[in-house]
Design a protein around this ligand. Structure first.
Ligand code: SF4
Length: 312
């Protein structure tokens, strides 16, 4: 979410899906929705370069449940969710700060990190091997070099921001979402077109997560864009002044998402975010690989309380 995914634009030639499980992950299945109903959408488990929210399960629900439990407990212990967010965010900004936080930060953060390492470690098992294999040319990238502790803190930070910003986001007068183009159907000849703030999906494929997400978001009065050209910095500087305020939703891999959410927070924009189920785009693998996202969790994030629902 930190960049308009500029490192990996639409490119038919490198967008062939990896359905053969070349990365060693189980071959993804198509034809069953995450809820078990009929769907053309890909379902996992899938494996990412540094993380997979599936872990050893067949859905990503256990991951989201564990993160919510960890954060719930830490917020109870701390008594101040905003301060906990500030501490977790500060500690997560560098590998050194994150390692230090595991030893000398406030007792709540130390306990939280210890428990997160124990309960979430398996989801981030790829971080160590990835960092060891990083070429020198990539070792200055804050995204590519994130450490294990930073991933844990980022998971916590995303959940905390969603809790703290959720109500403000859902009641904003204008809500927009930026979706990563790596979520589109890699086998389709994408018909998305420039419109409004960026590019919009024209629903050419039922096997496309961007299409499914766009439909879901529109139902909840969130305007979905595929992130191709929009500048987050410019958007945050020139954000629309609308009655009720302007809110943003991001979907991206964990490193990109946490960085983008921080930028929105600094600009005073209510932001919520959902991590991709794994990091599988060209930035990580050198080619696009099909990906998934937890649609039930997305709906929980954007659904307005019944009392606030607009008449359509
Ligand atoms: S459904 Fe939308 S995003 Fe997906 S391939 Fe078609 S136009 Fe592109």
């Amino acid at each position: 979410m930190t960049t308009p995914m500029s490192t990996a634009r639409f490119a038919a030639h490198d967008a062939r899906p990896d359905l053969a499980g070349r990365d060693g992950s189980p071959r993804p299945r198509v034809g069953q929705s995450p809820g078990g109903g009929s769907s053309h959408l890909l379902v996992g488990p899938i494996k990412g370069k540094t993380y997979s929210l599936y872990g050893s399960a067949t859905t990503t629900e256990p991951y989201f449940t564990v993160v919510a439990e960890l954060v719930e407990k830490a917020v109870r212990e701390s008594g101040d969710a905003a301060r906990l967010l500030a501490e977790a965010s500060r500690a997560g900004r560098s590998g050194r700060a994150a390692r230090r936080a595991a030893m000398v930060a406030g007792p709540v953060v130390v306990r939280l990190l210890g428990e997160a390492a124990r309960r979430l470690g398996a989801y981030f098992a790829g971080v160590g091997p990835h960092r060891t294999a990083l070429p020198i040319s990539d070792r200055c990238s804050a995204t590519l070099t994130m450490t294990f502790e930073q991933y844990l803190l980022a998971a916590v930070e995303i959940e905390l921001r969603n809790r703290l910003n959720g109500a403000a986001f859902r009641t904003c007068g204008e809500k927009v979402a930026f979706l990563p183009h790596c979520l589109r159907d890699l086998e389709a000849s994408c018909e998305a077109k420039p419109h409004g703030l960026d590019v919009v999906c024209l629903a050419c494929s039922d096997a496309c997560y961007v299409n499914a997400i766009s439909r879901l978001l529109r139902r909840h009065h969130v305007r979905p864009y595929i992130w191709m050209n929009a500048s987050l910095g410019r958007l945050l500087r020139e954000k629309p002044t609308v009655t009720g305020g302007f809110g943003m939703l991001g979907i991206a891999c964990i490193p990109e998402l946490v960085a983008g959410m921080r930028r929105c927070a600094r600009a005073g924009v209510p932001v919520v975010g959902l991590p991709l189920d794994a990091n599988r785009c060209a930035r990580w693998f050198g080619e696009f690989r099909p990906n998934t996202v937890n649609l039930e969790r997305l709906e929980q994030l954007v659904a307005e309380p019944t009392s606030c629902r607009r008449k359509s």
